[in-house]
Design a protein around this ligand. Structure first.
Ligand SMILES: *[C@@H]1O[C@H](CO)[C@@H](O)[C@H](O)[C@H]1NC(C)=O
Length: 455
């Protein structure tokens, strides 16, 4: 009897402690009554519905990471509601290309010395869903670029541009910048050329100039592409910010100064902003408490590989190590929906249906997301909890990471199935929502923590 009581007490303490943790996290965002239990989240229905106006950012540091479409987009023309069909189409193209022949092909490096290893040609997976605004040149021109950890080259459309798509920001004109110079290149015009999986492309030449990340954070002689011929799915952005770890990426260029470290928080919905921080700013402002090794792969030098051992979902645990051959896992901000091996996907789907059985089934959102429920009239929704079990650490995902909100009251399981069992397991941006993810390339590790960019 005494044992039973003390066990009871222990359970209560654990409950108290875990509730406390959740409250602490929520103190950063707007107040909410969401609860987290061992196997499930109890989510206020309201919190699944994004606002029609932008709620802004909880922590005012670093660069603002915003959804390309929706109320927080810095691109006025894109502030209409999100287009799921386009997002899923783009996502499928990206994932397919990442699995074909180990794309993107490793950039070829010229022999231009330590600080200017420039890819001459590169293939990349294609545009992502989030944008950041950085400054280039002197005086600074603010440019809104697509944020992508899966590609290497940063580029913007430059004046004069014989064949460019319309962008919102004024076009960067190197000849008007007092800090502009030519990078140390063998060929006089230092060309680059990048073709993305969705057929989008950008061709031009490399330049170097002052990069202003935040007013206190500048980087001189940053090498980027000046596009003279670009077309495709770039919305009204001014180009791409490539944060892959390949040769000419921003990260490896700024390594000396910023120690190969960056951290971001993907917003919980289109009506919240996330953030992106570099170097010491990332270390001191991005709270993390989980660490897993970052794995380098010479055949895919841009991608961030991690060792995903298993996934806990609801009351069940699924091991990836029992799969043969064992698929490899990358973290990718440019893929929206996480891709899982067929066997694990089926088991997760069954568990999801089990938890959702009391809600009416809704029509599928797309072939990609085919298990949806109608939550009209619900006040609180119970969702199975998802935990990613990486080597050395378990990462609890945010409730917003489990379902894709297709319309106000319709939600769908936000993971999809790989075509074959050894396709890459890709942890996409929906599952990264409201987490701080810190890439420490210098020390070969990735850290996770509760973010401050939820709804
Ligand atoms: C732009 O690039 C495409 C694809 O390489 C090419 O077909 C086209 O002629 C180029 N346009 C100009 C104006 O250079």
């Amino acid at each position: 009897m005494a044992n039973y009581t003390s066990l009871h007490l222990l359970f209560l303490l654990v409950l108290l402690f875990s509730n406390h943790e959740v409250e602490k996290r929520c103190a950063w965002g707007r107040e909410m009554v969401n609860r987290e239990e061992d196997d499930k989240y109890v989510v206020e229905m309201k919190s699944l519905v994004p606002a029609t106006t932008c709620k802004g950012q909880a922590n005012g540091r670093g660069l603002t990471l915003a959804h390309r479409q929706g109320p927080c987009s810095p691109l006025a023309a894109n502030r209409q509601s999100r287009d799921s069909r386009l997002i899923f189409w783009r996502d499928q193209r990206r994932v397919r290309s990442m699995n074909i022949q180990g794309q993107p092909s490793a950039p070829t490096f010229g022999d231009y010395g330590e600080n200017a290893r420039l890819p001459i040609r590169g293939a990349s997976p294609g545009a992502g869903e989030f944008v950041v605004t950085v400054g280039l040149g002197t005086p600074t021109v603010d440019l809104t670029l697509i944020f992508d950890t899966g590609s290497d080259i940063t580029w913007t459309q430059c004046e004069p541009c014989p064949s460019c798509y319309p962008q919102q920001d004024p076009m960067f004109d190197p000849s008007k910048s007092t800090t502009y110079s030519n990078p140390p290149c063998k060929e006089s015009d230092c060309p680059y050329s990048i073709v993305y999986a969705d057929g989008s492309q950008s061709h031009g030449y490399y330049v170097q100039d002052l990069l202003t990340l935040t007013p206190d954070y500048q980087f001189q002689n940053f090498i980027f592409g000046c596009s003279q011929n670009s077309s495709g799915d770039f919305g009204h952005t001014a180009g791409m910010l490539g944060l892959g770890q390949g040769g000419a990426a921003l990260i490896s260029q700024i390594s000396s100064e910023f120690s190969n470290i960056f951290c971001y928080c993907i917003p919980g919905s289109e009506s919240s902003n996330g953030y992106l921080l570099f170097g010491l700013e990332a270390l001191s402002n991005c709270q993390t408490n989980n660490v897993t090794p970052l794995i380098i792969d010479q055949n895919h030098p841009s991608y961030y590989f991690v060792n995903l051992v298993g996934i806990a979902f609801g009351n069940r645990k699924f091991s990836l190590s029992s799969q043969s051959p064992r698929p490899r896992t990358i973290l990718d901000s440019g893929t929206t929906i996480t891709r899982l091996p067929p066997q694990i996907y089926s088991a997760i789907l069954a568990e999801f249906m089990n938890y959702m059985s009391k809600y009416p089934v809704a029509e599928h959102a797309s072939p990609l997301l085919n298990t949806c429920y109608d939550l009209r009239g619900q006040e609180n929704v119970i969702l199975p909890k998802m935990v990613l079990q990486f080597e050395n650490t378990d990462v609890n995902l945010d409730p917003s990471a489990v379902v894709w909100r297709e319309s106000d009251a319709k939600v769908c399981l936000a993971v999809a199935e790989n075509q074959i069992s050894n396709d890459l397991v890709i942890i996409g941006s929906v599952q990264q929502r409201n987490l701080n993810i810190l890439y420490n390339i210098q020390d070969n590790k990735v850290e996770f923590g509760n973010g401050a960019c939820g709804d």
